[in-house]
Design a protein around this ligand. Structure first.
Ligand code: GYE
Length: 338
């Protein structure tokens, strides 16, 4: 019993986000980091399997990793774009194994289906660093994970709605909600859906009319939103699990002759907080944007540095994230690079 409790607490600790101060990137240290990388003068070869280029966020995430794992720092980085297909990711990983890379960085499209290929990497002695999304495989099959807490992001969305309705004295009114979900079975979709539901389930008057996947793309987001608008005449809130789908939803809403955002017919809750979306938050067209931070490259570099020095790493590293509304967005807008 005590052992089980200790194990449960250890798991909570691993998935918490308090222990990561030591690898948080420090800009002033960037100059001379090659010294930590292999002392025999050889480059550290990293095979990176990226999901695709479905969103602005994804491109920013790829750029962040490519900016961090540079030749100047002693890396030889091979990147593969899987075009949103798990089979392509599995092929890329097998290629990296046969090329005998030093590390594999994997951003897994969905949570399931990785056990066999991760076993193969382990047998080959290649550490796997998960980036962005999670897997449901045994934790011993990967070295560490650097990413974002999508359950918490979904929860933040729910809390924002709660606060907003409270401010307007509408907390106990009937509220009709539709959800534009990301790629089905991805940890980003599951976490955001479940996190939002954890708040929504407390309100019998919040009606989730429909949830459909727009696959994190603008085109699909628009298509699904058109279907929602055709089926449900009285939508109050759209929860769109990334900015790209939100852009598509906005087109569909405008074409249906409805208004959106602060004071509009339909409130928009979005995720990611890319620059283009933050501009729309500033203009009051998107009510709130829950940040998902794509800048994970420096964290991955820090992890590899530690492993190269034979130091222990944590099982999970979470990047920091904020919530943006028209009230606080202006001061952050100028600094946004993606
Ligand atoms: O929100 C979305 C992207 O996995 C957190 O994937 C990521 C999500 C991000 O395509 O825009």
């Amino acid at each position: 019993m005590v052992a089980a409790l200790a194990a449960a607490m250890a798991a909570v600790f691993l998935w918490g986000c308090g222990a990561f101060q030591d690898i948080r990137p420090q800009a002033e240290e960037a100059a001379d980091e090659r010294i930590y990388i292999q002392d025999n003068g050889e480059m550290v070869i990293v095979g990176f399997s990226q999901i695709g280029s479905e969103s602005i966020w994804r491109t920013a995430n790829t750029n962040s990793i490519q900016r961090a794992l540079t030749k100047e720092r002693g890396y030889f980085l091979i990147t593969d774009n899987a075009r949103q297909k798990q089979e392509n990711q599995i092929k890329a990983i097998r290629r990296y194994i046969s090329q005998r890379v030093d590390y594999i960085v994997l951003s897994p499209i969905t949570e399931s289906g990785w056990d066999t290929v991760l076993e193969e990497a382990r047998e080959a002695g290649i550490p796997v660093i998960l980036a962005d999304r999670c897997v449901d495989a045994d934790a011993s099959l990967y070295t560490t994970w650097v990413g974002t807490d999508s359950f918490q992001e979904g929860e933040k969305a729910g809390r924002w709605l709660e606060e907003n309705l409270k401010e307007k004295n509408r907390l106990y009114e009937d509220i009709n909600i539709v959800i534009l979900q990301g790629t089905p079975g991805s940890s980003a979709e599951r976490g955001r859906t479940e996190g939002f539901a954890s708040v929504a389930s407390r309100y019998g008057n919040w009606h989730i009319l429909d949830c459909q996947s727009g696959d994190f793309t603008t085109a699909k987001g628009k298509e699904i939103m058109e279907q929602f608008l055709a089926s449900y005449p009285d939508i109050d809130v759209v929860v769109s699990q990334n900015d790209d789908m939100t852009f598509g939803a906005m087109e569909a809403i405008a074409e249906a002759g409805l208004t959106m955002g602060v004071g509009g017919d339909i409130a928009l809750i979005s995720f990611d907080a890319v620059k283009e979306a933050l501009e729309l938050v500033r203009k009051g067209k998107i009510n709130v944007d829950i940040e998902c931070n794509p800048e994970q490259g420096e964290y991955i570099h820090r992890v590899i540095q530690k492993l190269e020095q034979g130091l222990a790493v944590e099982k999970a590293y979470e990047v920091e994230e904020m919530v943006f509304t028209y009230r606080n967005v202006t001061e952050y807008l100028d600094k946004r690079t993606y």
